[in-house]
Design a protein around this ligand. Structure first.
Ligand SMILES: [Zn+2]
Length: 277
């Protein structure tokens, strides 16, 4: 398998879900072995933030990357899409701190990246075949990776503390086609009762009922309709793929998750990187 980038550059714009700030993103091809590299064109010296595990910073409801003093947040939907499309190298120039939320899913990223065309590169793609089982978490929130030679298979059990969010289960073997159809359109969600708290800690400033599924106490979605009956678990799988992408390799493993979020995903990714040398 060879490394890949895109053929044609493109631009995407929108509002960050957490900062509420408008951002313009210019995505360009990058040379082999570059990886996915964000560039903060709004900061002096245009610092780079590489999508590598070492740059994974705090995880407050989104995947934050930090290199030096430069930070980029909410990178997971783009990274998940790159992973699913097997795009290894990209330059992502942005004039703000946060990736655009757009509709709260990975679909706009999928559409733009697949339209940009795939360019094969001379270098061999990195592959990580899991040899030793890895488990993180405890009690209800668990994440386990075990060996699976055919590719990346993901299983997710979503069980929420509140009764009005029903339990949901999904298992799939990842491919670009399945990602496009089953995962990319699934949008981010939040409980209505959490909104006030998130706002009070400075998050969710750009979130609204059009780019986020807001779940009311009677289980209905406020001012929106579901794209899948089990859209929530699909979005959890999307976020998990985005976090696994930080391994910087095509992972061959079976990842089984229950109730995990960005924090636990990060723990698993660190554990995999540490134990599979
Ligand atoms: Zn997400």
């Amino acid at each position: 398998m060879q490394q890949q980038t895109i053929q044609n550059a493109f631009t995407l714009s929108g509002i960050g879900l957490h900062t509420g700030a408008e951002v313009h993103v210019h995505v360009q091809p990058a040379p082999a072995d570059a990886g996915i590299v964000f560039v903060r064109s709004d900061l002096p010296g245009k610092p780079r933030v590489e999508a590598r595990l070492e740059n994974l910073h705090q995880q407050m409801r989104c995947t934050t990357l930090k290199q030096g003093n430069a930070e980029v947040i909410t990178t997971e939907h783009l990274l998940a899409t790159c992973y699913a499309l097997q795009l290894d190298n990209l330059l992502v120039e942005m004039d703000g701190q946060e990736m655009p939320g757009i509709d709260g899913s990975a679909l706009p990223f999928y559409q733009a990246l697949s339209k940009a065309g795939v360019q094969r590169q001379a270098a061999e793609a990195k592959e990580l075949v899991l040899r030793h089982e890895v488990q993180v978490g405890k009690e209800k929130a668990l994440l386990r990776a075990s060996s699976y030679d055919k590719g990346l298979k993901i299983e997710y059990v979503l069980e929420h503390d509140v009764a009005y969010v029903p339990a949901q289960y999904l298992i799939l073997e990842l491919s670009a086609e399945k990602f496009a159809r089953e995962i990319a359109p699934a949008r981010t969600f939040v409980l209505k009762r959490e909104v006030e708290h998130l706002r009070s800690v400075g998050l969710g400033k750009g979130a609204n009922t059009h780019n986020t599924l807001v779940i009311a106490e009677n289980g209905t979605i406020i001012e929106n309709t579901l794209r899948f009956p089990d859209e929530f678990v699909r979005h959890k799988v999307l976020d998990l793929i985005g976090d696994l992408a930080l391994l910087g390799a095509r992972l061959k493993a079976f990842v089984s998750a229950s109730r995990s979020g960005h924090q636990l995903n990060a723990e698993l990714v660190r554990e995999i990187a540490k134990t599979q040398e």
